[in-house]
Design a protein around this ligand. Structure first.
Ligand code: NOJ
Length: 509
């Protein structure tokens, strides 16, 4: 494990720091409230950094903390170079960056370049920076917003129609304009000057669209990655993913220098080449959406690794603030196998806060905070079951979403339980550093039973996971380094002959 205060640059392994890194996603509103207003904040995050360090993560990705009317949980930014008072101040951000670095943790900001909040001063003061319909009597085409409904709305002030790839409160910037590129690049420089180590780039597949604003044709098949039902009816070949995306991304790259750019590009991996030419890594969403079956999971991993099994440009993600949490998506029984899977893949891996506790979805807000129904995946972190609100906030406060209990207990409880999923995450993150390069799947010929996913890492390590509903014979292996369920067989023993559903191991070959 790294020493306190040491920010490793992986110079020994010859790669940049993010190669095979573990990035821990903090959803600031739900991590830790320090001032008793029921919402998490930057000082709260600083106070909980030790948890992230002990987990063994390399970096933190901070979902947006900028001033925002919160129509989209902060992804509607009203000022790229400030902190929303609900989260603290710029001084708090500086203190958090410094505190993270002291603990050897890097910090990534979330940049939302595709759109601003409709309340960003630019919308009134620089309307030319946005995408407008050339006609004043309505939308110029049939484009659909990602959350459903038309992607065009009428600006009541001017009567003109503007484009919004997401909520109407999020007008799209026109990334063909140099002043837009310069302005957002300036925001990246602003945060780099404050010491951040890189950026997660939001929704970059929506950054550039067809300059002629042509209609999207009707879809002939369901999309590879699921969309809102309205959006799935069209093949989105013009409303996003324009072929000349390179110029826009190059502007972001130039501003970022050699710091990390992790792209959220919501497209199948085979379409990512123009993005990967400029960003360091991109999320592999096919794996997140793959059904929990050995063949489908294998195909999704193979799609992202393609010919390069080092996973050099892959950011694995099984969970984030937009999708049902792991126990709800893959089943509670499989949450540990999901952890073992993502943490033993080659490439960077992103872990969403609470996953390390096995946290499930909650009831959501009433009335909802998010109109797209994502409150359920955003409940407060559970620090200690013995304290009010799980110690997310003070007892008198009303958390913005209920601080729900977690089946396996809060952080304090799981810390003392060697069979907890928290220990599994920690152990796997530590073991991950020792795994060999590349990934090779094992098949039937190597004795892998139906329903079992098995792969080698380098020449020495083997991972086997039973993703099916029945007990299955385990592939033969040497000494076990970690089992998903530690209490059943301690590490260091010979590999088991059978894997129960949801069970798996990491072993020497
Ligand atoms: C992706 C973000 O993760 C999501 O929360 C947001 O709603 C959209 N991009 C739009 O910014």
């Amino acid at each position: 494990m790294r020493e306190h205060g040491e920010v490793s640059d992986r110079a020994d392994s010859g790669g940049p720091w993010w190669r095979d890194a573990v990035v821990y996603q903090v959803y600031p509103r739900s991590f830790q409230d320090s001032d008793g207003d029921g919402e998490g904040d930057l000082r709260g995050i600083a106070a909980r950094l030790e948890h992230v360090r002990q987990l063994g993560a390399d970096a933190i990705w901070l979902s947006p903390v900028y001033p925002s009317p919160m129509a989209d949980g902060g992804y509607d930014v009203a000022d790229y170079e400030q902190v929303d008072p609900r989260f603290g101040t710029l001084a708090d951000a500086d203190a958090l960056i410094a505190a993270a670095h002291e603990r050897g943790l890097r910090l990534l900001m979330d940049v939302v370049p595709c759109h601003t909040s409709i309340e960003h001063p630019w919308f009134a003061e620089h309307p030319e920076r946005y995408v407008w319909s050339p006609r004043d009597d309505g939308p110029p085409n049939n484009w659909i917003a990602s959350f459903g409904g038309p992607a065009w709305s009428r600006d009541p002030r001017t009567g003109r129609w503007y484009l919004h790839s997401f909520y109407p409160e999020q007008p799209d910037l026109d990334w063909r304009r140099q002043d837009v590129r310069d302005a957002v690049a300036g925001a990246l420089r602003f945060w780099l000057a404050r010491g951040v180590d890189g950026f997660r780039l939001d929704a970059v597949d929506h950054l550039l669209k067809d300059s002629q604003l042509r209609d999207d044709p009707p879809a002939s098949a369901p999309p590879v990655l699921p969309e809102h039902a309205d959006a799935e009816r069209l093949e989105q070949i013009h409303s996003r993913n324009a072929p000349d995306i390179g110029g826009a991304l190059a502007a972001l790259r130039e501003a970022a220098g050699d710091t990390l750019l992790a792209g959220e590009v919501y497209l199948p991996w085979r379409q990512l080449a123009p993005y990967l030419a400029h960003v360091d890594c991109a999320f592999a969403f096919e794996l997140l959406h793959a059904p929990w079956e050995a063949a489908a999971i294998r195909a999704a991993i193979a799609a992202a690794l393609q010919d390069d099994s080092s996973g050099e440009q892959v950011a694995w993600v099984l969970s984030n603030h937009d999708f049902p949490r792991l126990p709800d998506r893959v089943g509670a029984r499989n949450a540990r196998a999901a952890a073992m899977l993502s943490l033993t893949l080659p490439g960077a891996v992103f872990v969403y806060q609470g996953d390390e506790l096995g946290m499930a979805d909650g009831p959501g807000g009433d009335p909802p905070h998010d109109r797209a129904g994502r409150d359920r995946h955003r409940h407060p972190m559970r620090w200690d079951d013995d304290l009010p609100h799980g110690d997310f906030t003070v007892s008198e406060a009303q958390p913005w979403l209920p601080a729900i209990a977690v089946a396996g207990g809060g952080v304090a409880q799981q810390r003392t339980d060697p069979d907890s999923i928290l220990h599994l995450y920690r152990d796997l993150i530590a073991l991950r550093r020792t795994l060999g390069a590349g990934l090779t799947f094992l098949g039937e010929d190597e004795g892998v039973a139906d329903g079992v996913l098995a792969y080698r890492r380098g020449d020495e390590h083997l991972v086997a996971l039973n993703l099916g509903d029945e007990p299955r014979p385990a592939p033969s292996a040497g000494r076990v380094l970690r089992r998903t369920h530690a209490a059943r067989t301690p590490a260091g023993l010979a590999a088991p002959v059978q894997l129960l559903p949801g069970e798996g191991f990491l072993a020497m070959i």
